[in-house]
Design a protein around this ligand. Sequence first.
Ligand code: HEM
Length: 122
Amino acid sequence: MRRLYLSTTLLFWLLVAAFWAGSLYLPPADESLATAAEKTYTKVDLARHATEENCWMAIRGSVYDLSAYLPEHPSRPELVLPWCGKEATEAYNTKTKGRPHSPYADELLNKYRIGKLAPDKP
Ligand code: HEM
């Protein structure tokens, strides 16, 4: 009985030691890993997506692929299409008429986010 107790205790501590040793081999927790998956696009990347079927816009520092949404957009296409491939924060914020989009539009916009816009080089 005593032997069983000793060997089980030994096994337990061996397992604890093994887990501890194993954790030393894991890469250190790195905060940048959380955002590593996020893609960054330059204005040149953006400009390659400037058509109705392939329309990206940069709004408030993020890049959105709006190709699937454009046919649903309630305004005349001529108002939105010129912003494909461009930095369109001002146009989005004002609808080019000095009126902001609704919170619903902001929520919708989130669904099309594909990454962030690279800062301009000095
Ligand atoms: C950046 C260029 C854009 C321009 C110039 C623009 C302009 C307009 C205009 C003129 C209207 C209709 C009239 C009005 O409600 O005042 C409108 C409505 C709307 N737009 Fe845009 N839009 C743009 C981008 C977007 C994007 C990217 C989204 C969302 C993914 C969006 C979502 C909506 C929605 C949901 C409405 C209905 C009204 C509201 O909820 O605010 N728009 N937009």
